[in-house]
Design a protein around this ligand. Sequence first.
Ligand code: SF4
Length: 285
Amino acid sequence: MYQQGTIICMEAPSTGNKPKSEKTGYQHLLIAALQKEIEMARKLDPEKLASEIRKIGFSCQRCGKCCRQAFGDNRVAVIPSEIERIQEYTDLSKLEVAGPFVIESPIQDGTEKSEEKCPETSLIESEENEESFSPDLLESLEDCIDCEGKVHAFGWILRRKRNGDCTFLERDTYKCRIYPVRPMLCSTYPFYIEGLRLQTCECEGLGSPISIEDSRKLAENLLFRYISELEDMLSLYENFVDFRRGEKGLELAKKSLKKGTFTCIVHDSRGSIEVIDEVIDEVID
Ligand code: SF4
């Protein structure tokens, strides 16, 4: 398995991989659907949402399971404004906070890997990040690989350690080191809104009583998160220009991976950024 080295980040260069076309018909459809959903989301009643939350009930058990891969999918999708907030709080670089959101290889088993290789520091230790790519993972990403062998990702997820836990989770106490600026997904867990309806993830804290005040705060945060994420996705679709795919793309990506380099183009609501993952001596802005 390919292990991550130093990461450099630079704006996507204008190379032979020129944008293919203007927006596609499908893109226009997605944009229209998102605009409609945002309009309807703004009309949702926070008081009604708070009442639904009270009926379900919730009290955080402080188990930290939602932050740990051994207990399920713990990926935390983050939008650019959330990454910036965490950066301000931690003084970490963008790529120390988050990495490209690509399809994940299957979780091998529920056992945790040795923590000895993942020493804890005051915030994070970059070498403990787990992002890793293998030829198998590249095969599963084929449709996202362009003719130059670069993998296109849509959005960001918080970095995780080699054992799969969130990089900001304190090992012994399961406390969040960035609690005041933790992502919206974390502060509203295990609730989320999808298709204008309240949904829940699996969580031991569900079913416990919640105060009126806390349910109202949670409902407000949930609505804010729902609308922010939809607006962010809308900007992504509006900015996105499709890339050229080619027969040799996968082959080139595999060759590059063999040499120890892995390149992603991350598309987000602010545009596109090229992320090169390789061992180098110098950092390029
Ligand atoms: S940011 Fe904090 S709350 Fe969110 S997954 Fe990481 S440790 Fe858990």
